[in-house]
Design a protein around this ligand. Structure first.
Ligand code: ACO
Length: 327
């Protein structure tokens, strides 16, 4: 049976760097606290001057170049995002027009941080049915616009950025997505949410617009659920593919907190040097973290043909999932 294979990746982020020291000047926090508790040293923040497509279009073009695929040959664009340029049209449609992907169908998956892995899973299933399809899967956010600057427990964590991957089908039994699984638990919605912007609190009904449109998070509880759910879904995809954890060459996990990544790797006795980390430079870019990290890992030569790559994620919803690929 055909498998979905990743042909090329790309990534992008706004140019402006915000360091922990910059945040010290803005709120009651410290470089030492942020570094020790999260592993973050700096992040990119476009603020109100940057829109999603400003860095996502270059990310997509880089992925198409790396894949050797022309935009007009794409059949599908799946965008994992909550912060595309407008409420309507979708980010997928916005990319379609900006890239000139005339025959593609574009749509979004609102799975918060898990958007890219949800997208890979949807692309995988479509490609298994129709191996000739060429699919662009993207994940990225302008999350700096969704920060409550009076809430130091969230403001220090997030940053802007994202990435993209181009997939198609292959008959090569030694390559491609070996397993990809996604889950959700709506009961846990209030661990991580944005109150306004939907029909419950539409425009004009906010009490405090800046805060109501910002991320609300219960960090400690989320931490525990994150470790458990990512470990569970990693076990699930490894099991499904019949791959032993010791055969994983590189883990490219959601970059929410360095301690979460370390805890998940420890569960499987995967050494730290096999876990790709760039949270120190980007913070948590929500749906952007995995495609951004994957692209950096590929371009740094950390991923070679035949390598087994494990990509676990969790996010608002709650949502979680993992994709296991033989490169
Ligand atoms: N600077 C300084 N002190 C702070 C800050 C800050 N930015 N934020 C909180 N503190 C203080 C708290 O007030 C508390 O002080 P107290 O002891 O006097 O009450 C102390 O630091 C410890 O706070 P905790 O919340 O217990 O710190 P913890 O070690 O749990 O770290 C953190 C908090 C980093 C948020 C952690 O819980 C975490 O990473 N949780 C998961 C968050 C996450 O993954 N979010 C995104 C998930 S989904 C997605 O990616 C969108």
């Amino acid at each position: 049976m055909a498998r979905a294979v990743i042909l090329g990746t790309g990534s992008g982020a706004p140019a402006r760097v915000v360091t922990n020291r910059d945040l010290e000047a803005r709120m009651d926090t410290s470089d030492a606290w942020i570094t020790q508790r999260t592993g973050i040293r700096e992040r990119r923040m476009g603020g109100d001057a940057v829109k999603w497509s400003d860095f996502m279009v270059p990310a997509c073009r880089a992925a198409l170049d790396a894949a050797g695929v022309a935009a007009e040959d794409l059949d599908m664009i799946v965008a994992g995002t909550l912060t595309s340029d407008k409420r309507m049209p979708s980010g997928g449609c916005t990319l379609q027009t900006l890239l000139g992907a005339r025959k593609a169908v574009g749509f979004d998956l609102a799975a918060a941080c898990s958007g890219f892995i949800y997208g890979l899973t949807v692309a995988d299933r479509f490609i298994r049915l129709e191996p000739r399809l060429k699919v662009l899967v993207v994940g990225g956010e302008v999350i700096s616009q969704r920060i409550d600057w009076d809430d130091r427990t969230t403001a220090v964590l997030f940053g802007d950025g994202g990435g993209a991957a181009v997939l198609t089908g292959t008959d090569d039994p030694d390559r491609g997505i070996l397993a990809s699984r996604i889950h959700s638990d709506g009961d846990l919605w209030d661990l991580l949410y944005i109150p306004a912007g939907g029909s419950e609190m539409p425009p004009g009904r906010e009490q405090d617009p800046r805060r109501d449109h910002a991320i609300h998070m219960r960090g400690n509880e989320l931490f525990r659920v994150a470790v458990r759910s990512m470990a569970d879904v990693c076990a699930e995809v490894l099991d499904e593919a019949g791959v032993d954890p010791s055969d994983v060459d590189i883990v490219v996990p959601h970059q929410a907190n360095l301690r979460i990544l370390q805890a998940v790797a420890q569960r499987f006795s995967i050494p730290e040097d096999r876990v790709f980390v760039n949270i120190d430079r980007y913070g948590n870019t929500s749906a952007g973290t995995i495609p951004l990290a994957l692209d950096e890992a590929v371009r740094a030569g950390r991923v070679s043909r035949g390598d087994v790559v494990l990509m676990p994620v969790f996010g608002g919803g709650l949502t979680w999932g993992a994709t296991l690929v033989r490169w």
